[in-house]
Design a protein around this ligand. Structure first.
Ligand SMILES: Cc1cc2nc3c(=O)[nH]c(=O)nc-3n(C[C@H](O)[C@H](O)[C@H](O)COP(=O)(O)O)c2cc1C
Length: 296
């Protein structure tokens, strides 16, 4: 008996809907999915964010990386292994991934749990409780990042330097230039983030600073956020460093001791009292999905 080598259309749509729950900078959701007969192609959609807010495209590629990790988790939870060819077309840097499939005999309960968490996770921007995040949980998050070729480095003794760098970089977000670029954009991100609580501050870093590293940073970000949420922790990525060169350098030379490149700062901790923040809306899947006609 031959086995199906591609998931059904309904399965693909279900997986892609979950992938679209991935976090993205300014919630811009800069992904486009192209559906072929036996594969899904992921493209960067640069029409989703004003250029001035992310001129290098770094944060948008990181967001697509998060969606790519979400898609892997979603397909895995539905019984399919996603076989990914990253940046398959060197002449087209916006073509971020080509995804093919093979059936899985076994779905690990941990994968199903992560998929469940992906549907519910949300960014928490308010103050976190001062309670200790146990070292073993931080080890789990670090391992999740490493599996995806990222590094999660706790700020620890360099916390003040990170706070200072992010606060200084916030001034750029408050500038007329930045606010002008944000006009008519429904932005959920405050210019100045909460930094005075006892959240763990960690830097998500990569070894190099090119498109492939940004994609990996996004996959690592998703792995960290989903594993944190599974443990009941709340998180908030901060992109401020990437927007101001000096601030990024300050963190690179202190927290990373000059080795590697900071991609994001992450706040991690326990949620404060009260209801969790509302789930942030996403555009409908059809808006980011294109079907390729079957080959004759
Ligand atoms: C690359 C990247 C950068 C982000 N930067 C910030 C940030 O600087 N400040 C912030 O509050 N949220 C930031 N976020 C979180 C997004 O705003 C959030 O994921 C989006 O609004 C969707 O909301 P949700 O995570 O609650 O689903 C970032 C997310 C990503 C993927």
């Amino acid at each position: 008996m031959t086995r199906n080598v591609a998931p059904s259309y309904d399965t693909v749509c279900s997986a892609l809907s979950l992938a679209c729950r991935a976090p993205s900078v300014h919630n811009c959701q800069p992904w486009r999915w192209l559906l072929a007969e036996r594969s899904v192609q992921l493209f960067l959609d640069l029409s989703r964010l004003p250029e001035a807010l992310d001129p290098s495209t770094r944060a948008q590629v990181i967001s697509c990386g998060a969606a790519l990790h979400h898609v892997r988790i979603a397909f895995a939870s539905l019984g399919w292994r996603a076989l990914i060819h990253r940046l398959p077309n060197p002449s087209q840097p916006g073509h971020l991934a080509s995804i093919q499939f093979s059936p899985r005999d076994h779905v690990a309960p941990a994968t199903v749990a992560l998929a469940g968490v992906a549907a519910q996770r949300r960014t928490e921007r308010r103050a976190y409780l001062p309670d200790l995040v146990p070292p073993e949980l931080l080890t789990t998050l670090r391992a999740a990042a490493e599996t995806e070729h990222g590094a999660l480095v706790r700020a620890a003794e360099h916390r003040a330097a990170v706070v200072d760098a992010v606060k200084r970089a916030s001034q750029y977000r408050e500038s007329v230039e930045y606010q002008h670029a944000l006009a008519d954009f429904d932005d959920p991100e405050p210019a100045v983030p909460e930094l005075d609580d006892k959240a763990v501050l960690a830097v998500l870093a990569t070894r190099s600073d090119q498109v492939d590293s940004w994609l990996a940073a996004g996959e690592a970000l998703s792995a960290v956020l989903l594993n944190a949420a599974r443990e009941g922790l709340v998180t908030c990525p901060l992109n401020h460093l990437s927007e101001v060169w000096e601030a990024r350098e300050q963190v690179r030379t202190t927290v990373l001791d000059g080795a590697g490149y900071p991609q994001l700062v992450l706040r991690v901790g326990w949620p404060g009292p009260g209801e969790p923040p509302p789930i942030t809306p996403r555009r409908v899947l059809a808006d980011s999905l294109e079907l390729l006609p079957p080959r004759s």
